[in-house]
Design a protein around this ligand. Structure first.
Ligand SMILES: Cc1cc2nc3c(=O)[nH]c(=O)nc-3n(C[C@H](O)[C@H](O)[C@H](O)COP(=O)(O)OP(=O)(O)OC[C@H]3O[C@@H](n4cnc5c(N)ncnc54)[C@H](O)[C@@H]3O)c2cc1C
Length: 297
């Protein structure tokens, strides 16, 4: 990748940028190249310059575990020009870098219902689409009507039909080097006070059940069919089990919490393996990680 070409076009490019601070876990190494395009035009320049470089799109970093060795490629965060939201009747569009909780709060003031589940998920629109984030019986894909995706093959972005993205439980079929630059949902009218009351209830539930005062990456494992990963981990007696500065949360067994400055990504991975092995050793299913591990060999 010709970094001088990016810089000549006014893009801010950093070499060796630590990625931990851009994630909610706060661990992991550096990105060889880190770039934050401020607009679709800047993003198009980056993508056109990508060549065969590996690309990691970083949203809010709330589902990312970056290896201690870092990311040997381009890490990209969507800048200011991707943080917007707009309504047209009952349809709502938002930029790929927009915060989902902020969007949910704004929709309450607009009297539009359908994305309340996102109130407590610390995601961006792009990360939420990629992961098909969901909770409380709702998920991102349910009311999606279009997703705009840019890639090295289509640097300016194309509008995709959600039906082509094969959304499933915490997954989508977005190709690896694609960037969600915007999404649009069809919502429905409701009383703003009723929507706000639902948001308050969901936020209170999270405060009561999740270790929100400690660094974490949400659910570490997906729920196996018909069961809950948290229940299985708790039943295996693993609450509080630690490796280095990483431990299984005492509040919610499917959360790993870390002590800032005292934890490596290797600690977190070792704990994930330990939990997986111990649950399986007790006759449970082989738990599948939900957290995206990047930069591991
Ligand atoms: C306290 C807490 C609670 C959580 N609760 C839930 C929950 O209830 N339900 C749930 O589903 N998840 C939950 N999560 C996990 C996480 O918030 C979701 O997976 C979320 O969708 C990740 O969004 P992000 O913007 O942080 O993406 P990141 O974590 O930055 O990235 C996740 C994946 O999406 C890709 N990505 C990010 N942005 C883009 C983009 N613009 N274009 C293309 N790909 C992109 C990344 O490359 C990566 O593969 C929780 C996390 C935390 C910390």
């Amino acid at each position: 990748m010709r970094l001088d070409a990016l810089r000549r076009n006014g893009l801010r490019v950093t070499e060796g940028q630590p990625l931990g601070p851009w994630t909610t876990l706060g661990v992991g190494g550096r990105a060889r190249v880190f770039v934050e395009p401020a607009s679709p035009a800047e993003l198009a320049i980056v993508l056109a310059e990508m060549g065969d470089e590996p690309l990691l799109v970083v949203g809010r970093g709330s589902n990312l575990l970056v290896a201690d060795a870092g990311w040997d490629g381009v890490a990209l965060r969507l800048g200011a020009g991707f943080k917007w939201q707009r309504r047209s009747g009952a349809e709502v569009g938002a930029g790929g870098g927009t915060s989902m909780p902020a969007l949910a709060a704004w929709l309450a003031t607009e009297g539009l219902a359908g994305l309340e589940f996102a109130a407590g998920i610390p995601a961006t629109v792009g990360g939420s689409v990629r992961m098909n984030a969901g909770a409380h019986g709702g998920q991102t894909a349910d009311t999606l009507v279009s997703v705009t995706v840019a890639s090295p093959a289509d640097p300016l972005g194309v509008e995709c039909d959600p039906g082509d993205l094969a959304f499933g439980y915490r997954q989508s079929a977005l190709p690896p080097r694609s960037v969600v630059t915007a999404a649009r949902w069809a919502l429905h009218d409701d009383d703003p006070a009723a929507i706000r009351a639902r948001l308050d209830e969901l936020r209170a539930w999270r405060r009561a059940t999740q270790p929100l005062r400690q660094r974490n990456c949400g659910s570490v494992f997906t729920n196996p069919p018909g069961d809950s990963a948290g229940r299985l981990i708790e039943a295996a007696g693993l609450k509080g089990r630690a490796v280095g500065g990483a431990s299984v949360s005492e509040k919610h067994a499917n959360f790993v919490v870390v002590t800032p400055g005292e934890t490596t990504a290797a600690d977190v991975v070792a704990l994930i393996h330990l939990v997986r092995d111990e649950v399986a050793a007790r006759g449970g299913p082989l738990l599948e990680p939900e957290v995206r591990m990047v930069g591991f060999a």
